[in-house]
Ligand binder design. Structure first.
Ligand code: TYD
Length: 137
């Protein structure tokens, strides 16, 4: 998705079931997210001084959830960028393909849950920012 834009990346409110025993947030493929979920992974024990991401994907769509704690996520389409502070386990940020992302300022004990549209594929990554800008042209 060479011509995708940050404006296509939205915060999605997840459906939630709450009672005195706590909360459940629910993600279902195609209804909560517009892709089939092929892979789930999560980042944890991330030192607050460390950043993650620093890449874009050519085909991968993702829903990124602060399942616990908080972090900052900046999205960049090569023309404009937007930062999100994720701290609500009932919201997911939909990241379409072709968007550079940086994650930083992880709070202690935070969990960054990622639902992804494809299995891990090293050839789907753009890890060099100049290469990313060339790809977006
Ligand atoms: P990377 O996607 O760069 O992580 P982040 O964006 O959170 O900084 O992946 C870091 C390393 O983990 C890299 O060597 C690839 C490997 N990895 C897998 O093998 N499978 C996976 O599903 C993921 C997400 C990463």
């Amino acid at each position: 998705m060479k011509n995708s834009l940050v404006s296509e990346c939205n915060l999605i409110e997840l459906s939630q079931v709450s009672n005195r025993a706590g909360n459940i947030s629910i993600v279902e493929q195609y209804s909560s997210v517009p892709f089939s979920i092929e892979r789930i992974y999560y980042l944890y024990d991330t030192p607050c001084s460390e950043s993650r991401g620093g890449h874009a994907h050519k085909e991968l769509s993702q829903l990124i959830v602060a399942a616990s704690g908080s972090f900052n996520l900046t999205l960049d389409d090569g023309i404009s960028s937007k930062s999100f502070f994720l701290n609500n386990p009932n919201q997911g940020l939909l990241v379409v393909p072709g968007i550079w992302r940086d994650l930083r300022d992880f709070s202690s004990g935070s969990i960054c849950l990622v639902l992804a549209s494809h299995k891990y594929d090293v050839s789907d990554y753009l890890r060099d920012y100049q290469e990313f800008l060339n790809y977006k042209k």
